[in-house]
Design a binder for this molecule. Structure first.
Ligand SMILES: Nc1nc2c(ncn2[C@@H]2O[C@H](COP(=O)(O)OP(=O)(O)O)[C@@H](O)[C@H]2O)c(=O)[nH]1
Ligand SMILES: [Mg+2]
Length: 449
């Protein structure tokens, strides 16, 4: 993968608007020239140098700090210059345009980090962690992203890859001496052992990555049930605000209402829906259709019913087979029951009263439990869907290898699966990755990062 060498990129790295400090970031071979033109000299490397940034006619634009990081000891691995001026949009624009006069061009989103990746400063999971850290919606998500940025995820992948390589070497040796029948059975047993150990290791990593992805992206939780059972009241209670309209008139909620909350660091996108019932009203009918759709797409459904009326009143829609569900027995205050949790096989029911608040904490704990979050996920790292996909593909290859081996197939077939597994793992860290994938990843970054 060749670096589009030769060009210099520049961007305002701080958010647009007014602030105490605004930072221009420049990376590439024109950095020296830009520094000399704007501040009259190349600042001492890695020292904050108070400087006057001047316009083409020599008049001052701003005064601030200049920082120079010579290649390769910089974020991008190239010559980098940072100008810390006053954070006003006009000042920042003037400074940026000065950089452009000397051959720099505007950086694309994520281009600084892309260069860092292409120059081997970061691997792909670390580069993604940079964006995840910036975008994290909870403190827990931020902590996990910081761990990925430190390379925790990459190290796990590396350990797997090393195990795989060892196994491949072992297998290649067998391939080279196909006639030594006696040793072959022994070799096969050893490879099989090595394979099961790797699969177990991969399973643990998958579980952790799944958790990391959940904490990064959050969970879609849909509240559904018959009209008037207290769905909107439950949404309000979980949000801690009067977000949704609550009345005793059935059919009040027609649109989907979405709110972002968090339960102990887990971001939750909670969706209130129209009560599911047959109706002639075209607006409400559309609401019911959308409610059904939201239920099908949710990661978890809170199926609410009115304790005083019983479970049969609202007929539970046929859910997609794997949408997990918690049944919420609401309005227990009307019957004088106490809050509690009861599990019957796969089904879990939480009895509560939104009105008194009794049992809400039980429901929150159950939500957290149901999505498979460990009680102390701080040790995990952030991960994305594409990482999970690649890990699952790697696992598929390892399972296939192990089947070939058990079926007494030729070692070439086994070796081929091991190679495929290694390839999938390499996609995660960016060792093997298509230009397309890279473009997609870095395009989602903000400018100046
Ligand atoms: N007694 C009692 N009434 C409730 C409770 N939760 C909700 N309600 C009432 O039930 C009615 C319908 O509530 P709402 O949240 O609009 O139900 P939705 O149609 O399912 O969204 C309102 O009058 C609420 O005040 C509860 O726990 N106990
Ligand atoms: Mg409602």
């Amino acid at each position: 993968m060749g670096l589009r060498a030769g060009d210099t990129i520049a961007a305002i790295a701080t958010p647009s608007g007014v602030g105490g400090v605004g930072i221009i970031r420049v990376s590439g071979p024109a950095v020296r020239q830009i520094a000399e033109a704007l501040i009259g000299r190349l600042p001492r490397p890695r020292y904050a140098t108070l400087s006057t940034f001047s316009a083409a006619d020599g008049s001052p634009i701003d005064q601030g700090l200049a920082l120079y990081f010579p290649a390769p000891h910089s974020y991008t691995g190239e010559d980098v210059l940072e100008l810390h001026g006053h954070g006003g949009p006009v000042v920042m624009d003037l400074l940026l345009h000065r950089c452009l006069e000397f051959g720099a061009r505007l950086a694309r989103p994520g281009e600084f980090t892309e260069r860092a990746f292409l120059n081997g400063k970061l691997d792909l999971t670390q580069a993604e962690a940079v964006a995840d850290l910036i975008e994290s919606s909870t403190a827990l998500a931020a902590r996990l992203a910081a761990r990925s940025l430190q390379g925790v995820f990459s190290q796990h992948i590396q350990a797997l890859v090393e195990g795989l390589i060892e196994l491949r070497v072992h297998l290649e040796a067998t391939l080279d001496f196909p006639d030594e029948e006696l040793d072959l059975a022994d070799e096969r047993a050893q490879v099989a052992d090595g394979l099961s150990a790797l699969i177990a290791q991969l399973d643990r990593l998958l579980a952790e990555a799944y958790e990391g992805q959940r904490i990064r992206e959050g969970l879609n939780v849909a509240i559904a049930g018959a009209p008037n059972v207290g769905k909107s009241s439950l949404l309000n209670a979980l949000c801690g605000s009067e977000a949704a309209i609550v009345t005793d008139i059935p059919g009040t909620t027609r649109d989907l209402l979405r709110f972002d909350i968090q339960i102990e660091g887990l971001p939750i996108h909670i969706i209130d829906t129209a009560g599911l019932r047959h109706t002639q009203d075209p607006v409400e009918r559309e609401g019911v259709r959308r409610a059904q759709e939201a239920v099908q797409q949710a990661d978890l459904v809170l199926w609410v019913y009115d304790a005083a009326r019983g479970l049969d009143e609202g007929v539970c829609p046929s859910l997609a087979p794997r949408v997990p569900l918690i049944r919420v027995r609401n309005k227990i205050d009307l019957l004088g029951e106490s809050p509690g949790i009861k599990a019957e096989g796969e089904e879990v029911e939480v009895a509560l009263s939104v009105k008194t608040g009794g049992g809400l904490e039980l429901l929150k704990a159950q939500i957290k439990h149901q999505v498979g979050l460990s009680p102390h996920p701080e040790g995990a790292f952030s991960a994305r869907r594409r990482h999970l996909d690649a890990l699952r593909r790697a696992k598929g290859s390892l399972l296939a290898a192990s089947e070939h081996l058990a079926a007494g197939q030729s070692p070439e077939l086994v070796a081929e699966e091991l190679r495929a597994a290694q390839q999938s793992l390499g996609e995660i860290t960016g060792k093997f990755s298509s230009e397309d994938l890279l473009d997609r990843i870095f395009a989602s970054f903000c400018i100046g990062k």
